[in-house]
Design a binder for this molecule. Structure first.
Ligand SMILES: [Fe+2]
Length: 386
């Protein structure tokens, strides 16, 4: 079988990489850029490193610091209006997943003569925009989203409460683990679990390839080993480097192999109850492992092996349950919350049924996603934790 894998964009990886932003911007031919971020990232002082590098390279900049959680459509509209008004020739996004998605959305919208609602409609109808996105550099400040190496921007439609995946590929990614030093424990855990969910779904989607599989297994090993270290030692650079690489590898892997039912469920919980994406992903991943074990028993066994678990059974359902429970125990040890602790009832979780049933990612699950499968999966999210 012939399988394709993608080399989406170059990546500059390593401690101090952010200081090369100006050089990268110059390489891309930028003269005046819009720097997209949020107030939190601005307060952490990361923006100054980008500014210093741009100034040294002789590149003008305009700041847009109004990115918000879950990349709402109105932020994308405001950022694109600023980009057009200031006649910038490039976009730089620096921040967590929501900021990077906002920057991607802005780079798509600013290149076209439409408003954000029209752009989301084009995407729903799978119609391409007239012009390609503006050139874009993405600099993650968390280790989870992988958005710096994926072609889609997940934008929230605040009218319909849907999350829409707008195509907008980055031109260059700068992954600097130093930007993640000192990250609070909760964000470290949530983002790490997001990356773990990306690879567990990429391994078990309908379209994995040999390249994505290699990156996925490596990612699981790194996260299992280094996430507890980073959670307890926020300034441990070796742990941060491993998690930054894992997150980026996960992004490259799922850009091809895609995620599936787990993210359809996580998106529904985020859109309906504002459950942090990483928490929803963490809790749903064991469910996906159990669900896909009959299709990919050897892969699920290997996921377990990457987390130090040897499963001797040849029975797919036993393999799935063993690996899923091992992951649940790991998450409990790390202190991740359960839905019960988040004060969500079983009925509320089951109420996500219609959202999940209409989420496009469900088609990438190797198990047909019937209403019964969705109900069982949503129920397990609650029932698996006492
Ligand atoms: Fe995710």
């Amino acid at each position: 079988m012939v399988q394709r894998y993608t080399q989406l964009c170059p990546v500059a990886f390593g401690a101090g990489a952010v200081s090369t932003t100006g050089d990268v911007a110059k390489e891309l031919g930028f003269c005046k850029v819009l720097v997209v971020t949020d107030e939190n990232v601005e307060k952490l002082g990361h923006i100054q490193k980008v500014v210093d590098s741009l100034v040294a390279a002789g590149i003008e900049m305009v700041l847009f610091n109004r990115s918000e959680m879950d990349a709402p459509d109105y932020s994308v509209q405001a950022g694109a209006a600023l980009a057009k008004g200031e006649a910038v020739d490039g976009i730089i996004g620096i921040g967590g997943g929501s900021v990077l998605d906002t920057a991607k959305g802005i780079s798509a919208l600013a290149a076209n003569d439409i408003n954000v609602a029209e752009m989301l409609d084009y995407t729903r109808k799978m119609m391409p925009l007239a012009n390609p996105s503006m050139k874009l550099i993405l600099i993650p400040t968390t280790s989870g989203t992988g958005s710096e190496s994926t072609f889609v921007a997940v934008i929230s439609d605040t009218t319909t409460h849907e999350k829409i995946g707008v195509p907008s590929p980055p031109s260059f990614a700068i992954v600097d683990p130093e930007l993640t030093l000192g990250m609070p424990k909760a964000i470290t855990l949530y983002t790490g679990m997001d990356a773990l969910s990306h690879v567990c779904e990429a391994l078990t989607s309908i379209q994995p390839n040999p390249h994505s599989d290699v990156l996925c297994y490596d990612t699981i090993e790194r996260i299992y080993k280094w996430l507890p270290v980073a959670a307890d030692e926020p300034m441990n650079l070796e742990a941060r480097e491993n998690l930054a690489l894992a997150s980026n590898h996960a992004g490259i892997a799922f850009n091809d192999a895609m995620v599936h039912l787990g993210h359809a469920i996580a998106h529904s919980l985020g859109a309906t109850y504002h459950i942090p994406h990483g928490v929803a992903c963490a809790l749903v991943t064991p469910v996906i492992i159990e669900l896909t074990a009959p299709v990919y028993p050897d892969k699920i066994k290997k996921i377990g092996a990457c987390m130090g678990l040897t499963v001797s059974s040849k029975e797919p359902q036993e393999i799935g349950l063993a690996v899923a429970n091992h992951l649940r125990a790991f998450q409990k040890e790390l202190g991740l919350p359960t839905f019960k602790e988040l004060d969500l009832t079983r009925e509320q979780i089951l109420g996500c049924m219609s959202y999940v049933a209409n989420e496009g990612l469900r088609f990438l699950c190797p198990v047909p996603v019937t209403e019964a499968v969705i109900t069982e999966s949503l129920g397990k999210l609650y029932d698996s934790y006492q």
